[in-house]
Design a protein around this ligand. Structure first.
Ligand code: FAD
Length: 569
């Protein structure tokens, strides 16, 4: 390089001057010429509620300068939720998994304004949203404001579901937000420090060091595994006096943990937890939590009530609807549903120009149900009203191929064919043949429809929906000018865009000890160290910015070299 410099001094000089001139020219251009955004007049106002997976992926993919966007969320950052269980034990730091949303929006050629506030009311008739700042300081009555919109995008996620179990809110930790994960991390260390104080009885030490996790879904299981690793790889060396008193219990009301995964993964996880000494109690429904004890009801043992002393409890049993979304649903005639119903284009049913995506929404499967009913009708060639079990299974296979979400739903519910589904809906199912009355079937399916949320509540669904909707918005004007639709969309039914189709890319269940279970498309299952490396690469690649990617990878490296930090800060 030095030789080249010596020999080609002149060339290099010219290259440097050229680069400087073009750099200065570019800066001058950005300074003195109106930007692309400013050049567009008559922009439509899009209000986006939330900065989670759905809303952020919408914002990242929206690139039409034809919109003026106002984002409203109580969080001014995006959080990479799949790594929250790692934050609870200090495997990664909280700041490594969050990215300020202003950093994300800054790079866009769309005019974006962000307000750190919470929406508390939606008035779809007058196209207004009512918001309230969540700043702690006194804003002299200016904490409330109203925003008008042309289009409203609702991506506010969900809240924790306690099923109104007494004492849960007061005594349990949740694992939903970054603050929750930080609080859990402090409480774990706190329990170890308290158990190490002099004059604490052996029995009390045991209680304090009993960690109870309620809910055997992916979050509960991953947290149990992370906590086990934290205790066994780091804390036992620092607190040798109490290491034999630590106990982790996982309480699950169903028959198995990880019931939405393949049976092989469920069995492996249950075996591994047993080997690791994590006590998995299935068929145990928590009915009450007080300051020091959890009461469980054994679902199979005649409803026997047992009380379990605990030091820290983490509640992770699923999600529910946010109160202001419930009010909005009542306003638009959806009071009986559990999440905002949209059509397959993510438009909220019963109002105009309102879209909902992510955990707060569900695609109304009425059309899917009608389709399923017609598949059944076709299979009943002799019009006898019955199908043999074999014919019935074939129909089911056909349905699952066409609608992967049906298969996912059945798996989630541990229902392995539609007979189970109909049984739940009190349909008429016999052993040898299936009695088939199309009208009854439709009624049964519509009952199920009102209760079910076909698509799983995952980041994968939310971010795919955000990307899909942004692409629709990017083409909106073009499609309005040419109502026939551009060539790609011509002839696609009753709407100018293709409906949203979810593409399932697989799911992971980290089980601790550098082992992960992966269920990939095509029911390909892999469990062990290799899947753990796949997990590392996927989660590193899915980070929202290079900054968080670098931080997360360096946290993993730090943990390998120095272990996890157990300071209680
Ligand atoms: P969220 O990401 O929850 O975002 C909601 C947004 O709305 C937030 O910014 C919030 O501040 C904002 N908001 C709330 N109330 C208001 C209001 N009143 N007004 C305005 N804004 C509001 N999924 C996976 O696919 N893989 C995983 O491995 C995985 N692991 C997970 C681990 C944990 C511990 C948790 C909790 C979840 C995990 N998930 C995982 C699920 C995933 O995080 C959710 O499905 C996803 O976050 C849903 O995205 P969302 O945009 O709908 O909601």
């Amino acid at each position: 390089f030095c030789k080249t410099l010596r020999d080609n001094r002149k060339t290099i000089k010219f290259v440097l001057i050229g680069t400087t001139v073009s750099g200065v020219g570019y800066v001058a251009y950005r300074e003195f010429y109106p930007s692309e955004v400013e050049a567009v007049t008559d922009r439509k106002k899009v209000v986006v509620l939330g900065t989670g997976w759905a809303a952020t992926s919408f914002m990242k993919n929206l690139d039409s300068p034809k919109y003026e966007v106002q984002v409203v969320s109580p969080r001014n950052y995006f959080a990479f939720t799949p790594l929250l269980p790692s934050v609870t034990c200090g495997t990664v730091e909280a700041r490594s998994i969050v990215e300020p949303v202003r950093n994300i929006f800054r790079k866009k050629r769309v005019d974006v304004q962000f307000s750190e506030a919470e929406c508390f009311k939606i008035d779809a008739e007058n196209k207004k949203v009512y918001c309230k700042s969540n700043a702690n300081n006194n804003l002299n009555g200016q904490e409330e404001f109203v925003v008008d919109y042309d289009y409203l995008i609702i991506g506010v996620g969900a809240k924790v579901n306690t099923f109104n179990t007494p004492g849960v809110v007061e005594n349990c930790h949740f694992l939903k937000e970054v603050e929750d994960a930080q609080k859990i991390r402090r409480t774990v260390i706190d329990c170890f420090e308290r158990a190490n104080l002099p004059d604490v009885s052996e029995e009390e030490k045991k209680r304090i060091l009993h960690f109870a996790i309620v809910g055997g879904g992916p979050t509960g299981v991953e947290f149990a595994a992370s906590l086990h690793d934290f205790v066994n790889e780091d804390l036992v060396h620092l607190y040798p006096g109490v290491k034999d008193l630590v106990k982790i219990t996982l309480l699950e009301a169903g028959d198995h943990i990880l019931s939405m995964f393949d049976k092989r993964i469920t069995a492996f996880a249950e075996d591994k937890f047993q080997r690791d000494g994590i006590d998995v109690k299935t068929g145990s429904m928590v009915v009450k939590v007080d300051g020091k004890e959890i009461s469980t009801k054994e679902l199979k043992n005649g409803g026997k009530i047992t009380t379990i002393p605990y030091g820290m409890a983490v509640w992770s049993t699923g999600i529910g609807t946010r109160p202001f979304i419930k009010d909005f649903m009542a306003q638009i005639g959806q009071a009986s549903r559990r999440a905002l119903a949209t059509d397959e284009w993510l438009r909220v049913e019963g109002c105009n120009n309102v879209y909902a995506l992510g955990d707060c929404a569900t695609i109304n499967q009425r059309k899917v149900m009608e389709d399923i009913a017609s598949i059944f009708k076709k299979a009943d060639k002799g019009n006898s009203g019955t199908l043999t079990v074999k014919e019935f299974q074939e129909v089911m296979d056909d349905i699952c191929v066409r609608y992967p979400q049906v298969e996912l739903y059945l798996k989630n519910k541990q229902m392995h064919n539609i007979a189970d589904l109909l049984k739940e809906a009190k349909g008429d199912v016999e052993k040898e043949s299936i009695k088939l009355n199309i009208e009854e079937l439709k009624t049964a399916l519509s009952k199920v429809d009102s209760q079910m949320k076909f698509l799983p509540a995952t980041a994968q669904v939310a971010s795919q929906q955000g990307t899909y909707l942004a692409k629709c918005f990017n083409r909106m004007e073009e499609c309005e000018e040419k109502p026939e639709g551009p060539l790609r969309f011509r002839g696609e039914g009753r709407h100018r865009f293709k409906p949203f189709r979810y593409q399932h890319l697989g799911q992971f269940a980290p089980l601790g000890g550098e082992k992960t279970a992966a269920q990939l498309p095509g029911d390909w299952v892999s469990i062990g160290h290799s899947s753990q490396w796949l997990w590392y690469s996927v989660y590193a690649s899915k980070q929202v910015s290079w900054r968080t990617r670098a931080l997360v990878v360096s946290d993993w490296g730090r943990r390998f070299i120095f272990g996890r930090d157990s300071s209680r800060i």
